[in-house]
Each structure stands twice: as structure tokens, then as C-alpha cells.
Ligand binder design. Sequence first.
Ligand code: ATP
Ligand code: MG
Length: 357
Amino acid sequence: MQKIAVIAGDGIGTEVMPEGLRVLRAVAERFGLALRFDEFDFAHCRYYEQHGQMLPDDWKDRIGGHDAIFFGAVGWPATVPDHVSLWGSLLKFRREFDQFVNLRPARLLPGVRSPLAGRGPGDIDMWIVRENTEGEYSSVGGRMYAGTEREIVIQETVMSRVGVDRVLHFAFELAASRPRARLTSATKSNGIAITMPYWDERVEAMAAQYPGVAVDKFHIDILCAHFVQRPQHFDVVVASNLFGDILSDLGPACTGTIAVAPSANLNPTREWPSLFEPVHGSAPDIAGKGIANPIGQIWAGAMMLDFLGHRAAHDAVMAAIEAVLADPAAPRTPDLGGTASCAQLGEAIARAARIAR
Ligand code: ATP
Ligand code: MG
């Protein structure tokens, strides 16, 4: 029995989550998977309004023993500032559960228009692996002579050998498992001349252990240009926390609507649960209308199935998403140019998932 902690969160999180669960339950039944879904009513801003914090004190005991966390979206800026809701929930999970890899696919699906002219399915199919715990996002530094003409502000980048190697190892393993077996590393070693060359050095050291993986290195600026101009080149792209943050938004943006993209915060050692969520946020502007696109949540569910060892069920969910998107007669939410509801699209994908490939 694998236990999944379900946290729908705020806004459209509460609308797309039931559709994610509907599809997961459909494939669990079809493939005979022993999955248990435990829903938790915290880590959302309604909880904060009642309790003055996003999580109960014993949150770690309550979800830390689960195999995975299936998450919707967090944030309701009208009542709780975003940094409070985010730091009080998702970022706590990331840190306390040592989710040191952020993994996002950027894959162009049928029936979704890429903003890149002339690009169709097959042209963009990559994974972006972001270091999720150290690097540029450190709190090492400070301010001197504050408020005076001599004011100086310093913030350090932290790279540890363990921290760099564990995310590179994950990225090389992923690349080695893919048909094209290409790994691209993003740095800026001409400008950031201490930490970035160190990252390059670790990439080279690890590349020697993966002779089957084709490795290339780009500076972040030109890499962003290549993402737009020749996205078909990329297979697995690995980067430090800051550069990975940028690329993991840019990649999915190249594939069209952000509503379809998923994201995983992984603890590959499996000491703690990993977390699977859509890339999009709580989208207050459309919340409560029942028109959110549930595909990001459903795809996040597929990633979770894969991580939990259920490859065939993952493939069935992906085939179902693609079949529905490719069918002009199938329901479409407004962001995809249709008039269907969140639930209608979710139902169509769940139905397809019962029979797909
Ligand atoms: P963040 O997650 O960084 O807080 P945000 O809250 O500004 O970002 P989102 O909530 O992701 O952004 O929404 C950005 C825009 O995309 C909004 O206009 C929203 O309506 C739209 N959007 C986001 N998710 C979906 C979805 N699942 N279906 C349809 N539209 C969506
Ligand atoms: Mg938001």
C-alpha cells in the first residue's frame, strides 16, 4: 500500500485536485494499484485565517511518513501575503523533506499552440532539472553601513560538493535513461568566476562516469536564446537554483499554456516524501468559476505514478491527455479555446485513461 497525502490548497487548487484524483483513481483501478489517498485540510490560506499559521504544529508527523504529496496550489493574496503562505507551506516541505531536485517537463502536446512560430508536437520534449536547496538562494550575506552613502549589500552563493553532485547525479541518470541521452548544463562561468566553474568541474567529473551521455555546456544567456530558437536540441537540462528557476519557467512557457505543465519537488533518496503539483498557482482571477484547466494537476499525478514505480499507469495517463487534446470534438477549457468546465475535461481524460494504450 502506498500512501499519498493530498493537499488541494487554495483557489483553483480545490477545483483541479478532484480531477487529478479522478484520473488517478481510474488508473489505480485499471492497473490494480494499491494507492491510498489521505486528504489534509491545511496548507491553505483559509487555515491561516483561523489558526494564524499555514500548518498545524504536528504537520511533519502527519505527512512525513507518506510516500508522496499530491499538491494543488497555495496562495490567496487578498487575505494572506504570498511570501507568508509560500514560506509557511511549500517551502517548508521543500526544506524539511530535503526535496533537492525540482523537475519539470517542457513538452509540446497535441492541440496546444506553442507561442514559438511553426513548432508542433515532437519539437519540444525536454526535462529541466533544477537544484532546489542551495546555490544563489542562500541567506548568507548582509548589509553594511545601512542607510548611509557607503551602504554595501552582499549575498553569497553556496555550492557544496554534496549538493552539486546529488542533483547532477539525478540529471545524468535521467539523461542516460532517455533515447537521446543528452545533458545540457547551464552556468555563467565567464561572469561568475568562482562558483560556476566549480559546477562545470563537477559536471566534467561526472560526465566521465557516463560515457553514453552527450554533454554540452551553455552560458545561461545564450541558453535562453536557444530555448526559443532551437528547442528541439534539448533533452535534459540541469542548472543551479537561480538559473534552474528561470529555465523551468521559460521551458514550459515555450510549450503554450502554463495550465498544462506539472512540477515535482523530489527527494530521490526517498527518505522523505516528494511533492507533485501543477506549475500554475491558485489563479484567484478565475477561481470559483469551474473553468480551470486540470491538465497540469493530472500530469503532476502521472509524474507521481512514475516516481512511485507505476510506469504503465503513467503512460496510460499521458496517452489519455494526448488523446483528448488531439480530438477536436473533446471538451476544452477556455484557456484552450473551448467552453468546457474543469470537471468535463477531467472526466474526458479519466474516461480515456481507463482504455488508453
Ligand atoms: P504564482 O504561482 O507565481 O503565485 P500567479 O498566482 O500569479 O503565480 P497563476 O495562479 O499561475 O499565477 O495564474 C497566472 C495566470 O494563468 C492567471 O491569469 C490564471 O488565470 C491563468 N491560469 C493559471 N492556471 C490556470 C489553469 N489551470 N487554467 C486556466 N488558466 C490558468
Ligand atoms: Mg499566485
